[in-house]
Design a protein around this ligand. Structure first.
Ligand code: ATP
Ligand code: MG
Length: 348
């Protein structure tokens, strides 16, 4: 008897359930084709959970997610809960904390079919393939004290040795699976946390003699992403810088509807989700781009289940569908979510 891999499904709000249905269809098809045994269990999360249980992250969802081998999340929140006492987005911070997800990994990869849709010149963007490993649970967004007064305000950028070291290890490990190059991005000419970040990188890098390391400042990096995106393999950076760089990098591909992500911790399941939100403006119209969600399934296959062949098959099918012009309106096409999904399945 093969043990079925357990996947927790958090279908979310607005376009969330629409694109999750696509992902589940692709998952079912690939699993059959590659003989991959799995079971899914759905749990309420975000706005849906507020409606059902009064809490964006009910305890039953935490328990279910912790027991799973991997978690698929679509997107949550939206105007329906603008006036709610608890916001759906609070669930996102809470689930990262509950599962100890301290690393967020976002790929920026340009397939040949996307080269002409990029806002960057083809000769510059061609061949771009890097990931950003962003620290997710500390730094400027969590440091204390935090204060907002009439005449002043305080935020604190704090990092402990352990917090920096573990994200470094995540990034260097990824580089070993990729092109063995790491870029440490910081502001070490000004910030103490960045000097600390750099010192830690130097120490950790000694354990990875095969990996070459670059050190860049955040300001210079924002330019380099636009002018020499092929110079990067794995970027390792702090929470605040990573937040900014990830959104900038997303622009290179032309649509946020196509980019997946992974959040990882030390133990327990990783969480996979598109980088985009719940897109309330297009919900219910059947035109949401399912590719970011489907590529999240590919990432899950790669990093949680060590199935690079399945991951590759899904990725390539998505790229072929884009190349064939079978795209939703965000990529300039007129196909529906279902049509794109079926076209992906036909090519796997
Ligand atoms: P969040 O704050 O939750 O990160 P947001 O409000 O910044 O999200 P999104 O919900 O991602 O933004 O939507 C931004 C724009 O991108 C919207 O116009 C939305 O319709 C579009 N969009 C987002 N995801 C998709 C998708 N999968 N397919 C098509 N369009 C999308
Ligand atoms: Mg939003």
């Amino acid at each position: 008897m093969t043990l079925a891999h357990q996947i927790a499904i958090l279908a979310g709000d607005y376009i969330g359930p629409e694109i999750m249905a696509s992902a589940e269809k692709v998952l079912a098809h690939t699993a059959k084709k590659f003989d991959f045994a799995y079971e899914t269990t759905a749990y309420p999360f975000g706005g849906e959970a507020i409606d059902k249980c009064g809490d964006p992250l009910p305890q039953s969802t935490i328990d279910g997610a912790k027991q799973a081998d991997a978690i698929l999340l679509s997107a949550i929140g939206g105007p329906k809960w603008d006036a709610a006492p608890k916001r759906p987005e609070a669930g996102l911070l809470a689930i990262r904390q509950a599962l100890g997800l301290y690393a967020n990994i976002r790929p920026t990869k340009i397939s040949e079919s996307q080269v002409d849709d990029s806002p960057i010149k083809p000769e510059i963007v061609r061949g771009t393939d890097f990931v950003i490993a962003r620290e997710l649970t500390s730094g400027a967004y969590f440091g204390k004290p935090r204060e907002l007064a009439e005449d002043h305000a305080i935020d604190t950028m704090y990092y402990s040795k352990d917090e920096v070291e573990r994200i470094m290890v995540t990034g260097f490990d990824m580089a070993m699976q990729r092109k063995q190059h790491v870029t440490i991005v910081d502001k070490s000419n000004v910030l103490a946390t960045s000097k600390f970040w750099r010192k830690t990188a130097e120490r950790v890098s000694k354990r990875y003699p095969k990996v070459t390391v670059d050190y860049r400042y955040i300001d210079a990096t924002t330019m380099a992403i636009m002018t020499q995106p092929t110079a990067f393999d794995v970027i390792i950076t702090a929470n605040l810088f990573g937040d900014i760089l990830s959104d900038e990098a997303a622009q290179i591909t032309g649509s946020i509807g196509t980019i997946p992500s992974m959040s990882a911790g030390a133990a327990g399941p990783n969480l996979y989700e598109p980088i985009h939100g719940s897109a309330p403006d297009i919900a219910g119209k059947g035109i949401a781009d399912p590719i970011a969600m489907v590529k999240s399934v590919a990432m899950m296959m790669q990093y949680s289940f060590n199935q690079p062949d399945i991951a590759e098959a899904i990725e390539q099918a998505c790229d072929q569908v884009i190349a064939a012009g079978i795209t939703t309106p965000d990529l300039g096409g007129s196909a529906t979510t279902d049509e794109v999904t079926d076209a992906i399945i036909a090519r796997i």
